[in-house]
Ligand binder design. Structure first.
Ligand code: FAD
Length: 524
């Protein structure tokens, strides 16, 4: 290796950022150059859009992240003027639908809500920051418990983990008590209702500064550090191709989206962390096509509802004074929709689901003032049960040799189907959601299964595996099988069927890959 080896990271989300940080902190001579196709929309780079107080500024940052759906900003982001967007079905703010309905849209009729973000920080500038740990069969069986504990704790540190967020909220505490009454006896020790771990820094006024890639990058963004002097982040720079000889990667071809000039950028190591659809797409476009690439797509399916908290039950657990204090605390930061977050985690064999319960003083939608639950002084919860999808080779994304997408990459088609195994668990999850709702209050919006792709947690398309047997793309240290210096990162690496928010797990997997990569960059 040269004296100052160069690692290229493709994508600036939490996973690419974890690679940059761990490589630079573990190898004192390495340099990292991170290429991001989208624009920087927040300061510090990659920070959460949720932290922006001004509503116009927040809306602008979200719109600029929406790639082909970024409205009048499109041309300034290097997106061809000819891309016509006709989407009927809209994506979550800060994201765009892969199948947005216009020229160059993906074909995702069976997975219609598939979405992505196109900005510095990736989806991690827009996420909800829930970071539960995977458990039981959600974990990866070839990583031993002690090592996993170290990896997941490191990932928690990188993401500014808080296990106790809003634990002093009396309403949140009452919600946990009511859920424990309903479900506690049937859940294993340690897997009952609890606060949902989140990523961010609590503030003295009770609000949160939510984590984004900025917190993961940490010292890399502080000009006073040595790591910052060895780190460079280039936004609006699209990686078009990974250059390689079939075994060793030599660098990447990049396009500056401001000028549309392309050039070759040499690298000693390349990490592709460009999300679960666009990473396999970049590999495929570069002629790197392991059999499992893009296959085994999973997410967790979600049944959601909104409930008005029951006044009598809440008043038995929370005093009027406590309620007044809670509402006064909330009034200090009304733009943040989350006031307390609880969950019941996945456990086996009897609870292969995860429930998340968000309390807020207002419903997440306009409620007719004539509705009997309108203006409920105890507030509302938005709840969702997550159910797993069994990995199958039939589900996945394939790429066209003939048709290009809006970025000029081989276009994507997503195939996906729910089977009896999922239908049974979805029905059981919905039943539990009804029980949870009855325990807490009355429905304002009844249970509904969200369309495929709505979780925004896409997994399995670049699975890590113990053996190069055609069912995985990457080895146990996230190196693409058969390549010396090409790594992949992101939720696509997750090989298991799971129900939890996957970013913590993906950052933990990235820490493992980055430590090994940093050591390899130090070898002569
Ligand atoms: P991303 O964050 O998707 O970043 C990938 C980046 O790669 C993007 O910025 C993209 O522009 C860039 N890129 C793509 N192609 C190229 C290319 N060719 N060249 C250069 N750059 C490229 N997860 C949780 O765990 N908990 C949650 O509570 C949660 N809530 C969410 C809520 C919302 C509204 C959203 C949108 C997501 C949520 N997620 C949540 C998902 C979470 O944000 C993702 O799991 C996480 O961001 C994945 O990180 P990543 O770095 O792998 O990819």
């Amino acid at each position: 290796m040269p004296e100052n080896p160069v690692a290229v990271v493709v994508g600036s989300g939490p996973v690419g950022s974890a690679y940059a940080r761990v490589i630079l902190e573990s190898n004192p001579t390495a340099r990292v150059v991170m290429f991001e196709a989208g624009p920087q929309v927040t300061t510090p780079a990659g920070s959460s859009v949720r932290n922006i107080a001004d509503p116009d500024e927040k809306a602008r940052a979200r719109e600029m992240s929406q790639g082909p759906q970024s409205g009048t900003h499109r041309e300034s982001l290097g997106i061809p003027a000819g891309v016509v967007v006709e989407g009927m079905f809209t994506a979550r703010e800060g994201t765009f639908l892969l199948d947005f309905g216009g020229d160059g849209a993906a074909h995702a009729g069976r997975f219609p809500a598939a979405a992505a973000s196109n900005n510095v920080g990736g989806m991690g500038a827009h996420w909800t920051c829930a970071i539960p740990r995977p458990s039981f069969s959600e974990k990866i069986d070839f990583i031993g418990d002690d090592e996993w504990e170290d990896l997941v704790s490191t990932a928690e540190r990188l993401l500014h983990h808080r296990a106790d967020a809003f634990s002093d909220s009396p309403i949140g505490t009452a919600i946990r008590a009511l859920l424990t009454d309903e479900f506690g006896a049937e859940l294993p020790e340690g897997y009952g209702p609890s606060t949902l771990p989140v990523a961010g820094d609590p503030q003295p006024d009770g609000s949160m500064v939510w984590a984004g890639a900025d917190m993961v990058l940490g010292p890399l963004l502080d000009p006073a550090t040595d790591e910052a002097s060895r780190f460079e982040l280039r936004d609006l720079t699209l990686v078009r191709r990974i250059e390689h000889d079939g075994r060793t990667v030599t660098g990447v071809t990049i396009e500056d989206l401001r000028t549309h000039e392309t050039s070759f950028f040499p690298a000693d190591l390349v990490v592709v962390a460009a999300d679960a659809f666009r990473s396999p797409q970049l590999l495929w476009a570069s002629g790197i096509r392991p059999a499992a690439l893009g296959r085994y797509l999973t997410e967790h399916h979600v049944v959601i509802c909104t409930v008005a908290l029951d006044g009598e039950r809440m008043a038995g657990l929370v005093t009027d004074e406590q309620l007044a204090d809670e509402l006064a605390r909330r009034a200090q930061n009304p733009v943040d929709p989350v006031a307390a977050v609880n969950r019941i985690p996945f456990s086996e064999p009897d609870h292969p689901f995860s429930l998340q319960v968000m309390y807020a003083e207002n419903p997440p939608f306009q409620l007719d003032p004539a509705h009997p639950a309108a203006g409920n002084r105890w507030g509302y919860v938005n709840m969702g049960y997550g159910m797993r999808k069994r990995p199958r080779v039939e589900d996945g994304v394939s790429f066209s040799a003939d048709e290009l997408d809006w970025r000029g990459f081989p276009n994507m088609t997503i195939e996906y189907e729910l089977t009896d195994a999922e239908d049974v668990e979805i029905a059981a999850g919905e039943e539990r959601l009804r029980r949870a709702a009855n325990a807490l209050g009355t429905f304002v919006a009844g249970p509904r299964l969200l369309p495929n792709g709505s979780s925004l947690h896409y997994m399995g398309t670049m699975r890590t595996g113990a053996l190069d047997d055609g069912t995985s793309v990457a080895d146990p240290w996230s190196h693409v099988w058969g390549y010396d210096n090409l790594l992949v990162g992101g939720n696509g690496l997750i090989p298991t069927a799971n129900t939890m928010n996957p970013t913590l797990m993906s950052v933990a997997i990235a820490v493992r890959g980055a430590r090994k990569a940093a050591a390899e960059l130090a070898e002569d």
